[in-house]
Design a protein around this ligand. Structure first.
Ligand code: GLP
Length: 261
């Protein structure tokens, strides 16, 4: 696992956007796995700026969704499908038919989950999966004690995650669904490159458990330690609990330029 400590959220966004741009230059029809939440927004903004400047072409790029609320109609403004359309597809000029996502309104949710895993595999797999992290160490919506081998399935949110996400629902926790579909941890680990971005002091404990703690289902993000190409990009505040921070700084400062992220 590579850990990159950046000054702030903007620098993290720029670094990850550049990794995506490099991928798209090498593989124009790359399948980008995208995450929701506040953390990835600087990435999407930086990538959109590169598209506008003609520095990268996203016209053949494909996008895959990480997770979704169960029961919110697809056109609900806070369904992750709507959020990603607004925050990723439109600013990057990626057509809706290049978007893969699970159906959060399916009558048979389990069948919808299995179908989504099949669709991801048939699309050739995710090339780069961008991940945020919950304050409890969740990735996607894989809450603590999710199986590290799990596939896409329905999950129940913890009260903490519903509280954290209430800000997207007018601060009203009553509007936050209890159930979600999420790519499983086993599914996420199949992406070729995992990039976890974490910013802000609120993530410091979860980041330390992810990077320096044991691989344990109680911290789902610690599964990144099992992946051959995982990059954790953190700002100074999210890195504040890392015991090996100086080592990570030294390693990145001395990294050969050609290696990229
Ligand atoms: N399902 C999403 C996660 O994919 C995201 O990583 C997390 C953190 O969000 P934020 O970046 O807003 O802290 O929120 C939600 O729970």
């Amino acid at each position: 696992m590579e850990v990159v400590i950046v000054a702030d959220a903007k620098a993290g966004g720029e670094l990850v956007a550049e990794a995506m741009a490099r991928l798209l230059r090498r593989k124009p029809d790359a399948l980008l796995g995208v995450a929701t939440g506040s953390t990835p927004l600087p990435v999407y903004e930086a990538l959109a700026a590169k598209v506008r400047a003609g520095a990268v072409d996203t016209s053949r790029a494909r996008v895959a969704q990480l997770d979704e609320y169960v029961g919110l109609p697809a056109d609900h403004p806070e369904s992750y499908r709507s959020v990603l359309r607004r925050e990723v597809l439109e600013p990057l000029g990626i057509p809706v038919d290049a978007f893969l996502g699970p159906d959060g309104t399916a009558e048979d949710v389990q069948a919808a989950c299995e179908r989504y895993d099949r669709e991801l595999a048939e699309a050739g797999g995710v090339d780069l999966q961008l991940l945020g992290i919950g304050t409890d160490g969740h990735i996607g919506f894989n809450e603590p004690c999710s199986s590290l081998a799990s596939r896409t399935r329905i999950k129940t949110l913890t009260e903490q995650t519903r509280v954290d996400n209430a800000r997207f629902f007018d601060g009203d926790i009553g509007q936050v669904p209890h159930h979600v579909i999420t790519q499983g941890i086993g599914t996420i680990l199949e992406a070729r490159h995992l990039v976890l971005l974490a910013t802000g002091e609120g993530k410091a404990e979860a980041v330390a458990a992810t990077v320096e703690g044991p691989v344990a289902a109680v911290c789902p993000a610690s599964a990144l330690q099992l992946h051959p190409h995982a990059t954790v990009v953190v700002d100074e505040t999210a890195a504040s609990e890392l015991k090996l921070a100086d080592y990570f700084r030294h390693t990145y400062a001395n990294k050969p330029e050609w290696q990229g992220l």
